[in-house]
Design a protein around this ligand. Structure first.
Ligand SMILES: CC(C)(COP(=O)(O)OP(=O)(O)OC[C@H]1O[C@@H](n2cnc3c(N)ncnc32)[C@H](O)[C@@H]1OP(=O)(O)O)[C@@H](O)C(=O)NCCC(=O)NCCS
Length: 224
């Protein structure tokens, strides 16, 4: 990872006014890594020895992750790259989210939102600025695609400006007007509506066709 700590410090807005935590510098116990505590519980890695060694883990989000997810999504939302998410919307859809973490540090997040029986959407995909380019975005996408497969959902959608990234992840572009109306329900609340300039990308997911469950016998119509 060719990240220069000094560059990161110079380029980034280090913290929010009035926040006592942001801007604090911490060094881990082995003295190998130095972090800036920024944007409420998101550690920004500014220096590390042996940068190749990341002990990253992907797991489903839990309630204790919400503040960091809110901070990371908000960081990119402020740049117009993601839609902002309120804490309430994160609480309500917590089960949708997968996080990439290293120890107690959030590296990335993404959510799979079911739109219809045959379609789910990747939302709020974000990788921490210092962790991009390490395959974390792709891992998150693959995890959500696998989740869609295990749920029996044959298509995954992304509405995005990151065209090259999604093409590298096996998605293909589609015309927005070809998507079902259900996709646009949440767009009504978006500041970009009705002039959305995001691009639509789809990936087909190979699902196993198991037979649908039948009603319990007590609810089946009696034979005539
Ligand atoms: C877009 C984003 C999720 C990518 O995450 P990442 O961890 O850096 O991506 P990866 O390292 O997994 O990259 C996977 C592939 O996509 C390519 N890629 C990633 N970002 C790219 C970009 N902006 N332009 C071109 N290619 C890109 C990588 O080179 C890599 O290619 P490879 O197949 O040759 O290995 C991350 O940059 C991000 O959070 N951006 C801001 C928020 C955002 O726009 N989210 C998407 C909303 S839908």
């Amino acid at each position: 990872m060719a990240r220069d700590g000094a560059l990161l410090l110079r380029d980034r807005d280090m913290g929010r006014p009035g926040c006592g935590e942001c801007g604090q510098i911490r060094v881990d116990s082995a003295g190998a890594r130095m972090y800036i505590y920024d944007y409420h519980r998101i550690f920004i890695l500014v220096h590390a020895r042996g940068m190749g060694e990341w002990n990253m883990q992907l797991r489903k989000a839990v309630m204790q992750d919400v503040e960091a997810i809110h901070g990371l999504v908000g960081y990119y939302a402020a740049q117009g790259l993601l839609l902002p998410r309120s804490r309430l919307s994160l609480y309500e859809s917590l089960q949708c989210f997968t996080v990439a973490v290293e120890e107690d540090r959030l590296l990335g997040v993404a959510g799979l939102h079911i739109l219809w029986a045959d379609l789910a959407e990747i939302r709020s995909l974000a990788v921490a600025p210092e962790a991009t380019g390490r395959g974390i975005g792709r891992k998150l996408v693959e995890t959500l695609v696998e989740e869609a497969r295990s749920l029996g959902i044959p298509q995954v959608l992304a509405l995005t400006y990151q065209r090259a990234f999604f093409e590298r992840c096996g998605f293909h572009p589609v015309e927005k007007h070809s998507l079902p109306h259900k996709v646009w329900k949440d767009c009504l609340n978006c500041s970009k509506f009705p002039s959305c300039d995001e691009f639509a990308y789809l990936r087909t997911v190979p699902v196993e066709h198991s037979s649908p469950l039948r009603l319990p016998a007590s609810l089946c119509p009696a034979p005539r």
